[in-house]
Design a protein around this ligand. Structure first.
Ligand code: PBG
Length: 328
């Protein structure tokens, strides 16, 4: 039956009606706030390409975490910028490296905030690749040992969730085994499962100082053209013991999120990455779009596509707006 019997506008007539029939509602509980920590004291360096985001020293990071938690944000994702880098990325798994130190400090002050530790080598290696390089190639199996070492060190320092982002084959299984052997049976793994080789990571590489010195990441991150391969990656990670699987980036990959949601029952996280954030900021600064409406629209779309959790640099801004709304 069609028009004039059916009129879609009937249920859109007033704001109350629209509120009643809204299918997807963004919640502060969906948000994970990514943050960068570096050595030093009282450091809060704004990342030029990511306005409102900073490289924090640990003391300042703790303050920022307090603020985020007060706004209702349940979890943060932590990235480290080490004092020195070397071939083997040894600061990634050093017991007194920047991440374990930061985890201990934040856990002590805000024990209920969920701390997710990104596990990767690229911020820690002198060549900027996500693993051990041998003969110009990132060696998969040699890298696994270091990833599992870092995971255990982070769990021991207070990480609530371990998030490997390196894209080596077999890392989830190896990390699960290492965590269990060391007594961390209840520490979940959030796997960056379908991580594409994306130019949307540009601003992050400035923030984390992790641009590869030679070549690119195409031999380990996924080809943006592939969708069935993404589902295989997710399937393998679930088989290896991933508790949460991630699709990254989010906005140009909503189809992957949607397919993964239909095919798998594991919780899905989506990473609204640095480039997606910076595009909105830049266009808003030019006065071409409205930042608040656009960022909300984007995050709602990511959730509508099927994401249960969204990692986003907009987390604080959105949480502030939600809090204001609840009060009124
Ligand atoms: C590390 C890592 C990257 C991001 C998260 N973890 C960069 C990369 O793979 O080069 C990107 C996040 C963002 O762009 O916001 N492997």
């Amino acid at each position: 039956m069609s028009f004039p019997i059916n009129r879609m506008r009937r249920l859109r007539r007033t704001e109350i009606l629209r509120n009643m029939f809204r299918e997807t509602e963004l919640s502060v509980n969906d948000l994970i706030y990514p943050m960068f920590v570096r050595p030093g004291k009282k450091v809060k360096n704004e990342i030029k390409s990511m306005p409102g985001n900073y490289q924090f020293s640990i003391d300042m990071l703790v303050k920022e975490c307090e603020e985020a938690f007060k706004l209702g944000i349940p979890a943060i994702m932590l990235f480290g910028i080490p004092a020195q880098k070397d071939e083997k990325g040894s600061q990634a798994y050093a017991k007194n490296g920047i991440i374990p130190k930061a985890l201990r400090a934040v856990k002590k002050e805000i024990p209920d905030l969920i701390l997710i530790a990104d596990v990767c080598m690229c911020e820690y290696t002198s060549h900027g690749h996500c693993g051990i390089v041998a003969g110009g190639y990132v060696n998969n199996d040699k890298t696994l040992k270091f990833l599992s070492k870092a995971s255990v060190v982070y769990a021991d320092a207070g990480a609530d969730i371990i998030a490997p982002s390196d894209m080596m084959d077999g890392r989830v299984g190896v990390i699960r085994k290492a965590l269990d052997l060391n007594g961390f049976i209840n520490t979940p793994i959030m796997a960056y499962s379908a991580k594409f080789c994306s130019a949307f990571y540009g601003p992050f590489r400035e923030a984390a100082q992790s641009t590869p010195r030679f070549g690119d990441r195409k031999s380990y991150q996924m080809d943006p053209a592939n969708s069935r391969e993404a589902l295989r990656e997710i399937e393998l990670d679930i088989e290896e013991g991933a508790d949460i699987v991630m699709v990254k980036p989010a906005l140009a990959y909503l189809d992957i999120i949607s397919k993964a949601k239909i095919k798998f029952s594991a919780p899905i996280a989506a990473y609204n990455v640095s480039g997606e954030f910076s595009m909105v900021k830049a266009a808003a600064k030019m006065g071409w779009i409205d930042e608040e409406t656009v960022s909300r629209e984007i995050l709602t779309s990511i959730k509508r596509a099927g994401a249960d959790l969204i990692l986003t640099y907009f987390a604080k801004d959105i949480a502030k707006k939600m809090k204001g709304k609840n009060k009124s």
